[in-house]
Ligand binder design. Structure first.
Ligand SMILES: [Ca+2]
Ligand SMILES: [Ca+2]
Ligand SMILES: [Ca+2]
Length: 692
């Protein structure tokens, strides 16, 4: 621990024993915590180091049992009367003490050489369901009585629901994560959406529709992404009309983008309307569709702009998206234009989610069939493929898409995807929610459920790459139900009749070659993201009086050093680099040794098992604090692997035995000019390699 670097040198002159030094530091910590109230009971979860001596503690008189024996040993060492609580894991247990608050007790125990960490044992509570009235199942005038069934936990016959409340136990999103919605634009005034400036989740976005007749807002591209309506009249599509050649019947405005945006980030737990998947993330509306849809060129320009790439003639996107939702598509193969754009977008780290299409079991079209895009097919509430959904090997996974149950005309749709909308038949009217009579079904609404989940995953771990997102989403899906309804056939890959026309496949039992890896499990996906690859920032501290450097990424150590109350004199040098907190492919553990006062009173970070073991063997006086303090890559003949940067190490060459680690070659050379010795391999003397 760094405190030995500071407090102990002064003590070391007086008290030869390291133990005395530790005792004094911890006593100081207790005094400063100021928690002596008699009624207080501290509860702390303690994790012991694998090599902890206390693990060998024999049963002590009056304290039989492993946990009690360990608590008794810790009591003796710390001078605090500890009682053992529940065991949590092999090396993890609860200890309690009266007269000290949990956080103060945790700080004291964390100083013990045997303790890997000690954290307050906080009281936890079940998350209440959000208070949005449309979320729960209940009878209501326009239905659906099933409410937002697709977000809740699977129950009874409803098996495809995504169980988002388990994800919300981990995160309710982050305003730092932006999801682009490439669609018809949005209605900014919807009370469950609203602009960021008025307390909502909608960013300004952009209107990318370049054809004025399609745009329906009187001009070509502009900065207003509001949806003016996409209704079509007979006159529009008549021969010689403005939309001649549009293969669509007259129709009312769809408010499609408003519906998609609500599923991702409608305001949640605000007492009105609906809940959304990703609750607090931002939606970037990029308008690419208007009357009769849109053109690939505007969609591709919109994708590129959304990801933060430059589009000629347009201002830069100030809020690049990490997730791009495209509830749209065409037919045929993924064009070279799409492939080129997707290749560029991949370099930005943005992930693209697209709906499989509503072609009744025909093949998936672009962009969902493009490499790297997460294509989403639609499920009925019972977990079968819903009739309208396209299918095929390009589908990554499936999510609810809404289904009505075969009901008579005029009777309510039972399982629609309820979301935000507008009641205007042509131009915008009042803000509404879709319901059992104004229904919302389609793969268009499966994709944003997946996109919202990806946004939650990024809120937990912003460093996730598109490949990792896909892997975690697919790897945590729930299997498709086997199905006991003999009238429902198994899905097959897209089929064609003798004339080469595609054959419809309506409701069918999903397989992994037709509906992707399985049914989205939002809770599982977010938990996987939380547990997965963990990059941490390693912060360098400097102590001017000792001319010592120290590194740590541990939040508790950073907090203590920054606060400067218990451990005085350390300031951030301003330098940081990244490390993996968990082992990754190609990484090696970095151990942390404490060099006791007699040998220098400092810390040493050894690279890989080889150097760590050699250090322990050759210098038995050193204390191995953590065999896997962090993980970095090793250079090969001084060269670092791709996507890593060199870490240089210099040695003070003084009795204090201090080392400094830096990714800055100039800093390394400055230290060398001061007489510190550079250590490492290759012509450039590289010791380790840090992830970018
Ligand atoms: Ca316009
Ligand atoms: Ca506009
Ligand atoms: Ca709401």
């Amino acid at each position: 621990m760094p405190m030995r670097d500071t407090s102990c040198p002064m003590i070391a002159a007086i008290a030869a024993a390291l133990g005395a030094c530790l005792l004094l530091v911890t006593a100081t910590a207790l005094a400063q915590s100021g928690t002596g109230a008699g009624a207080t009971t501290g509860r702390v979860i303690v994790m012991f180091k694998p090599e902890a001596k206390v693990l060998q503690a024999p049963d002590v008189p009056g304290a039989p049992g492993t946990a009690r024996a360990r608590a008794a040993v810790l009591s003796k060492r710390t001078g605090i009367a500890l009682t053992a609580g529940a065991e949590v894991a092999e090396r993890m247990q609860v200890v309690r003490a009266s007269g000290i608050a949990s956080d103060a007790l945790a700080r004291r125990l964390a100083n013990d050489a045997d303790v890997l960490f000690a954290v307050p044992d906080e009281r936890t509570r079940a998350h209440a369901a959000p208070n949005d009235p449309l979320f729960p199942a209940e009878a209501r005038p326009d239905g659906p009585a099933s409410g937002q069934w697709y977000l809740r936990a699977p129950e009874g016959a409803v098996v495809s629901s995504i169980d988002v409340e388990r994800a919300w136990d981990v995160t309710t999103g982050s305003p730092g994560i932006v999801v682009a919605v490439l669609d018809t634009g949005v209605r900014f005034e919807h009370p469950d959406l609203r602009t960021v400036g008025t307390g909502g989740n909608l960013l300004p976005g952009y209107d990318m529709v370049s054809d004025v007749d399609t745009a329906n807002d009187g001009d070509a591209r502009d900065a207003d992404a509001a949806d003016p309506g996409d209704w079509i009249t007979q006159a529009d599509t008549a021969s010689g009309g403005p939309l001649d050649g549009c293969d669509e019947e007259p129709k009312h405005s769809s408010w499609h983008g408003t519906k998609v945006a609500g599923l991702i980030a409608a305001l949640t737990d605000n007492g009105i309307g609906m809940a959304s998947v990703a609750r607090t993330v931002r939606v970037l509306p990029v308008r690419v569709l208007g009357k009769c849809g849109g053109f690939d060129s505007d969609v591709i320009a919109g994708m590129r702009w959304a990801a933060g790439l430059s589009v000629p003639g347009l201002p830069a996107n100030p809020t690049p998206a990490r997730v791009i939702n495209m509830s749209l598509g065409g037919s045929g193969r993924c064009s070279l234009a799409y492939r080129t754009a997707l290749g560029e977008i991949a370099t930005t780290g943005a992930v693209v989610v697209a709906s499989a299409g509503n072609a009744a079991g025909h093949a998936v079209g672009p962009p969902a069939n493009c490499d790297g895009v997460i294509g989403v097919a639609a499920l009925r509430h019972v977990g079968t493929k819903v009739g309208f959904s396209s299918l095929g090997p390009e589908v990554a996974l499936s999510a609810p898409g809404g289904n009505c149950i075969n009901v008579e005309a005029g009777s309510p749709c039972l399982y629609p995807i309820l979301t935000t909308s507008n009641d205007g038949a042509t131009t915008p009217g009042a803000s509404i929610y879709t319901d059992s009579f104004r229904i919302t079904v389609g793969t268009s609404f499966s994709a944003p459920i997946v996109a919202g989940t990806a946004a939650l995953m990024l809120a937990v771990r912003p460093t996730l790459s598109p490949a990792q997102l896909r892997s975690f989403l697919q790897g945590t899906t729930r299997p498709f139900p086997a199905g006991s309804e003999p009238s429902v056939p198994a899905c097959t890959p897209p089929r064609f009749d003798p004339a080469g026309e595609p054959v419809d496949q309506l409701e069918c039992r999903c397989t992994t070659s037709t509906c992707g890896a399985g049914m989205l499990d939002a809770g599982g996906a977010v938990r996987a993201a939380q547990a997965g690859v963990q990059l941490v920032d390693v912060v360098e501290y400097y102590h001017a009086r000792f001319d010592h450097f120290f590194l740590t990424w541990r939040p508790s150590e950073i907090a203590a050093l920054d606060a400067g109350t218990v451990i005085r004199g350390w300031t951030r040098s301003g330098a940081t680099f990244r490390a993996w907190a968990t082992p990754e492919a190609g990484s090696s553990p970095v151990c942390r040794y404490y060099i006791p006062p007699a040998l220098g009173d400092s810390h040493f970070y050894g690279r890989g098992n080889a150097e760590c073991e050699a250090t322990g063997r050759e210098q038995p006086g050193l204390v191995l604090e953590d065999a896997r303090f962090m993980h970095l890559a090793l250079p090969s003949a001084g060269a670092c692997p791709a996507n890593t940067v060199p870490v240089y190490r210099v040695f003070s060459n003084r009795a204090d035995a201090n080392h400094r680690y830096t990714t800055d070659r100039a800093v390394r050379d400055q230290m060398a000019a001061r007489g510190w010795l550079a250590e490492g391999d290759g012509p450039d003397l590289v010791v380790m390699c840090a992830p970018r």
